[in-house]
Design a protein around this ligand. Structure first.
Ligand SMILES: Nc1ncnc2c1ncn2[C@@H]1O[C@H](COP(=O)(O)OP(=O)(O)O)[C@@H](O)[C@H]1O
Ligand SMILES: CC(C)(COP(=O)(O)O)[C@@H](O)C(=O)NCCC(=O)O
Length: 224
C-alpha cells in the first residue's frame, strides 16, 4: 500500500494506492499541511511544487520518493531547464500515457497549465494565472476593481463589474486552450485540477480526469 501525494500551491491531495484502485482521496489546504499532516505510513510517492513541505513528508513516511527529472520516467522531458519543471507537470505528462502516447493536459488549479505530450515526450506548454490569481491581481493593480469570488463561471457578456471580471477570466482561459488544442486536433485533451471539470464543461469537449496526476505517479513507480 502506497500513499500518493499531489502537493499543489493551494491544496495537498492524497490517495491510497493498493495496486488496483485509488482510495480515500483527501484534500488539505497547503497552508495547513505544514502544521499537521494527517497521513502517516511506510511509503509515499510525492509530486510537490511546494518545497517547504519536504520535511513534513519526510517525517510522516518511512520512505519517500519525490518526483523530479533525475529519477527514471516513462516520458522524455524536452524542456530548457528540465530540473526547473514542476513535479506536477512531470507527473501529469506521465498520466497522459493512460490515454495513449500523446495528449494535452489542462490542469486548472492555482495556475492553469496546458502541457503537450507527443509520442511519450513532454514538449512544453503554457502557464497562466488561475481564477483566484487573476481576480487578486486585478484588485491589486486598480483602484476600482473589487476582488471577486474565486469561482469559475461562464456568463457572457458581463453586465456588472464582477460579471465582466469573471467573463474575462473564463474567456482568457478558454481562448488559450482553444488556440493550443486547435494546433493538435488529433490529440486527446485531458482536464484536471480544482476547476478542471467546470472548464471542460465550458469548453464542451475533452475528458475530465481528477486522478490524472495519481495515474502518472503510478506509471512512474512502475518505471523504477
Ligand atoms: N468552481 C471553482 N471555480 C473556481 N475555482 C475553483 C473552483 N473549484 C476549485 N477552485 C479553485 O481551484 C484551486 C485549487 O485547485 P487545485 O487543483 O487543488 O490547485 P493546486 O493543485 O494548485 O493546489 C483553488 O484556487 C480553488 O479555489
Ligand atoms: C506551474 C506551477 C506553479 C503549477 O502549480 P499548481 O498551479 O499546480 O499549484 C508548478 O508546476 C511549478 O511551480 N512549476 C515550476 C516552473 C515550471 O514548471 O517551469
Amino acid at each position: 500500500m502506497v500513499v500518493l501525494i499531489d502537493a499543489g500551491n493551494t491544496f495537498v491531495k492524497a490517495v491510497i494506492w493498493d495496486g488496483k484502485a485509488f482510495e480515500n482521496l483527501i484534500r488539505i489546504p497547503t497552508k495547513e499541511a505544514e502544521q499537521s499532516f494527517p497521513l502517516k505510513g511506510k511509503k509515499a510517492i510525492i509530486s510537490s511544487v511546494v518545497p517547504s513541505l519536504k520535511r513534513t513528508f519526510e517525517e510522516a513516511f518511512e520512505s519517500v520518493t519525490f518526483i523530479n527529472v533525475s529519477i527514471p520516467l516513462p516520458v522524455r522531458i524536452d524542456y530548457k531547464n528540465p530540473e526547473r519543471l514542476g513535479a506536477d507537470r512531470i507527473a501529469l505528462a506521465c498520466g497522459v500515457l493512460d490515454y495513449g502516447d500523446s495528449g494535452i493536459v489542462v490542469s486548472a488549479g492555482t495556475t492553469v497549465v496546458v502541457d503537450i505530450v507527443i509520442e511519450k515526450t513532454f514538449i512544453g506548454g503554457i502557464i497562466l494565472p488561475g481564477v483566484k490569481a487573476i481576480h487578486r491581481a486585478l484588485n491589486l493593480v486598480t483602484e476600482q476593481l473589487p476582488e471577486v469570488e474565486d469561482k469559475f463561471t461562464d456568463t457572457f457578456p458581463g453586465k456588472s463589474t464582477a460579471e465582466c471580471i469573471k467573463a474575462g477570466t473564463t474567456l482568457a482561459m478558454k481562448g488559450a486552450i482553444k488556440e493550443i488544442t486547435q494546433k493538435y486536433p488529433e490529440l486527446p485533451v485531458i482536464f484536471t485540477g480544482g476547476y478542471g471539470n467546470k472548464l471542460r464543461e465550458s469548453m464542451g469537449k475533452g475528458i475530465y480526469d481528477p486522478f490524472l496526476i495519481f495515474k502518472g505517479l503510478v506509471k512512474i513507480s512502475e518505471e523504477k
